[in-house]
Design a protein around this ligand. Sequence first.
Ligand SMILES: NC(=O)C1=CN([C@@H]2O[C@H](COP(=O)(O)OP(=O)(O)OC[C@H]3O[C@@H](n4cnc5c(N)ncnc54)[C@H](O)[C@@H]3O)[C@@H](O)[C@H]2O)[C@H](O)CC1
Ligand SMILES: [K+]
Length: 517
Amino acid sequence: MKIFSKQQIYKGDQQTAKKQKISSTELMERAGMQIFNWIHERMQGAQVPIHVFCGIGNNGGDGLVVARHLITYGYSVHTYVVNCSEKRTEDFLVNYDRIKQTTKKWPIMLNCEADFPTIGPDDIIVDAVFGIGLNRPPNDWVKRLFQHFRASKAFTLSVDLPSGLYPDDVPEDENGVVWANYTLSFQAPKLVFFLPDTSKYTVNWEALDIGIDAEFLKETETEVELIGKNEIFPMYKPREKFSNKGTYGHALIIGGSYGKIGAVVLSGKAALASGSGLVTTFIPKCGYIPMQSSFPEAMTLTDHDEEKLTDISFDIEPTAIGIGMGMGTDVKTHVAFQKFLESNSASLVIDADAINLLSKHKEDLKLLKAQTVLTPHPKELERLIGKWKNDFDKLKKAKAFSKKHQCVLVIKGAHTITVFENKMYINSTGNPGLSTGGTGDVLTGMITGLICQGYEPLMASLFGVYLHGKSADIAVEDYGYQSLTASHVIEYLGKAYLDLFAKPQMPHDPDAEEHIS
Ligand SMILES: NC(=O)C1=CN([C@@H]2O[C@H](COP(=O)(O)OP(=O)(O)OC[C@H]3O[C@@H](n4cnc5c(N)ncnc54)[C@H](O)[C@@H]3O)[C@@H](O)[C@H]2O)[C@H](O)CC1
Ligand SMILES: [K+]
């Protein structure tokens, strides 16, 4: 699913109005009507007080449309105008007139803290104060209004995005933002729903189809995409009938040190379970017996050093190599890694200590072949690209790094973001059960295994990250967040593959569109 920038959203509105020969007021009516339908479907006329807070821009206009329909359907509605500026938009004014013609209970003007209404914990707040047009922090009294919402504990439904959130920046003050239970976003979600700094402002989100011009949606190239089953399924490469283990490549997993052989076991098993035809592991000598006994499907090569990697040489021709898990950063290991990079010609996935070695010796980065995949967690990323001011700065730096070194950066997190040159892909699967040792090793193995089967490194990364999260989502049903382990993610990989063929995700299936951020 495409995630549009603020400028693209405004352009899409204009193009829609022009192509469909409707006014912007009619588009607002459609948007507000969708929100009303969503509420009405769930509330079925229940007489719970609904407080609709409207700003003075078009987000406020949407709020006035919602309030008008709620009033017409007999709900218990209190409408307020958050009077924070004199500059009302035209469509706000049209809808301000319309609501005054619908009810004698006109919207109440809020100008300062003394005007705040009492909101009960069982009431509902509709937050339509600011949308994507916010261009400066809200006034102090408006910030206090947002804190008043939060203190009330009422269910808060935000229109388009939680007020006080910019679509393309991080707010400086978390008290200046509405903390929503649910956000109904028009047409597509916003990038801020997925970033660590800003995802906390809405527990759930859903995108409502407001009929934006289909050609605009199809033709507009976005910088950001949300990756779900609809995007992943077309990438899937079916297994051929007349195939053998050689058809699906040979993965080589290089890593481990004394006490950290398990990381390579997990990675190798994940490469195999993702479908690689053959798997060889390359580890220090001390890991030979544990590896052979715990992972009989793998072939094993060893370094001549007992406890660490000092000389990465082998006489096999792997299709793809995953390197770094449990490897340590010993000086001798660094020399071996550097020599390996100089001579390697296979596709490469770099993880953990191999990333740390690259961060420590930035001159080695020039040894990376185009489309090398790096899979850092946030701390490893910081060592690699330097500190960032906020998530947007992080993404800017990550894009510059990817462009400079022509590599695929898989930034691991609650919503893993894969960056390649100027594009960013946000993963939609996974859960907090994945916050446990070894899951990163499993991901590296999976991406390596997918490259072995002929997936391009970027596709392998997107597919791997998706399947890894999906496997955890299925496994968590049996194990719960606390007990989920990296081994379960490998064990359930088959179910994650099968899920690709389960009931297709319908574009308008409400279950499919509800998301926890
Ligand atoms: N396709 C769609 O997504 C549609 C979206 N709609 C809604 O329109 C808003 C965007 O409306 P806009 O008028 O551009 O801005 P906002 O309502 O978000 O509000 C900002 C408003 O207020 C001024 N302003 C900005 N910052 C502040 C501030 N700190 N204090 C006071 N005033 C401020 C600014 O000048 C704006 O005028 C979008 O989110 C949707 O909700 C359409 O209704 C339908 C199509
Ligand atoms: K809002």
